[in-house]
Design a protein. Structure first.
Length: 265
């Protein structure tokens, strides 16, 4: 309950923290305005927000692609931790997609006739848990990324707005997970959530590069990139310091401004 209370407190702080926001009044909480029920559900589940029900993933392409993006984020930090020699932390990130995201995503994969990638997920997790040589872990990771890409391609006609909606979900969830990572006086409370949030921001950058190729609205793309660049320094690396230097409200505020920008795509 403490994390939930802290999350909603930070949502309220966004109203005064976001320079681009004029007032709050009775408006919806940041990250929720303009979102349909299925997208909101995706933002409310999981450890910090990346969970979604099977029904939502079936009904909404944005939620479906968002779940795949969250898996990418977990794997990104997991593999990079392994590359740095932290196999124990890496293993925890490899288990999360398989145990908490993929199971709920399977019906959505089947509904879209998309190929599954459960075997690839398991193979990478086992390779990391067994401490296999880095080359074998890298090969398993590449095979899994190919599986995720194939699942993403089951959504036809992916345009800038659709991918922008996924970016909104990633940044909003990164804010929530970072909030969980931060304790009193910005002390580190949860390294895993700090790392998850970093993974989601990294994937948001990757998706923004795709949006840039799909949209002629360079001003809007630049506005989104500006917000990502604003919050990226909150993470000094994969291994967090014992005291962080960015208030969660800064990231919530950026998420709100990203959402406003995406609404123009």
């Amino acid at each position: 309950m403490e994390s939930k209370s802290k999350l909603w407190l930070s949502l309220g702080v966004v109203c005064v923290a976001g320079a681009a926001m004029t007032s709050c009044g009775n408006e919806e909480s940041p990250g929720m305005a303009g979102m349909d029920h299925s997208t909101m559900t995706a933002s409310e589940g999981g450890e910090g927000g990346e969970g979604a029900s099977s029904e939502d993933s079936i009904a909404s392409d944005a939620v479906y692609l968002g779940q795949l993006a969250f898996i990418r984020g977990h794997l990104n930090v997991g593999v990079n931790l392994y590359r740095e020699g932290d196999a124990e932390a890496s293993a925890t990130h490899m288990k999360h997609p398989e145990s908490e995201i993929y199971a709920a995503l399977q019906p959505a994969l089947e509904a879209r006739d998309a190929p599954g990638f459960a075997d690839q997920l398991a193979a990478l997790a086992v390779a990391v848990e067994n401490g296999e040589p880095l080359a074998e872990v890298e090969a398993a990771y590449e095979a899994l990324l190919q599986g995720i890409t194939a699942a993403e391609q089951a959504v036809p006609d992916q345009d800038a707005r659709l991918l922008g909606d996924v970016i909104v979900d990633l940044v909003s969830t990164a804010a929530a997970e970072y909030d969980i990572a931060v304790g009193d006086d910005l002390g580190l409370e949860n390294a895993h959530e700090y790392q998850d949030a970093l993974g989601f921001i990294r994937v948001a950058y990757d998706l923004l590069a795709r949006v840039e190729t799909l949209s002629s609205d360079t001003d809007t793309v630049a506005a989104i990139r500006q917000q990502l660049d604003l919050v990226h320094p909150a993470w000094t690396g994969l291994q967090p310091p014992q005291r962080l230097h960015t208030e969660p409200s800064v990231i919530y505020g950026a998420a709100s401004r990203v959402e406003l920008a995406v609404s123009r795509l």
